[in-house]
Write a protein that binds this ligand. Structure first.
Ligand code: GTP
Ligand code: MG
Length: 135
């Protein structure tokens, strides 16, 4: 079994989509190994998005992800990394995410794309260590 880190970002929490995200994860057949509502410190945000340091949207990204509570989860199952990326849809909610995905159904702008899912097994391990050091 594989594990992936999922975040419902502040916009998703604000729009009341936590239940919808969890519901789609469960209906797909994946399971929750950890689940928590929490605020995000600047330092966790910087580490989480380290790969984007120097990009033009980096500061906006940090500001946004620390702007309100997020729901962080460890999601588990066969091919969990790719399976959640499928549920989430492409990064841009209009140009890339298909209807039927979370971003395709509920998103409009690339910065406000509702959810995060690790992009590889290696990223998942790094992110789970960062968000859930005891797991
Ligand atoms: P995450 O699951 O959040 O990591 O999204 P992703 O893997 O689909 O995209 P990526 O890691 O490339 O980018 C991380 C986040 O930065 C995205 O989810 C967007 O919220 C944001 N982002 C990416 N590209 C842009 C951009 O061109 N402009 C802005 N404002 N934000 C962007
Ligand atoms: Mg990413």
């Amino acid at each position: 079994n594989e594990r992936t880190l999922v975040l419902v970002k502040p916009d998703g929490v604000g729009k009341g989509l936590v239940g919808e995200v969890i519901s789609r994860i469960e209906k797909k057949g994946l399971s929750l190994a950890a689940l928590e509502l929490r605020s995000v410190s600047r330092s966790v945000a910087e580490e989480h998005y380290a790969e984007h340091q120097g990009k033009p949207f980096y500061e906006d990204l940090l500001e946004f992800i620390t702007s309100g509570p997020v729901v962080a989860a460890i999601v588990e199952g066969p091919r969990a990394v790719a399976a959640f990326r499928q549920i989430a849809g492409g990064t841009d909610p209009v140009d890339k995410a298909a209807p039927g995905t979370l971003r395709g159904d509920y998103g409009l702008e690339v910065q406000y794309n509702l959810v995060h899912g690790s992009d590889s097994v290696e990223s998942a391990e790094r992110e789970i260590k960062l968000w859930f050091p005891d797991y």
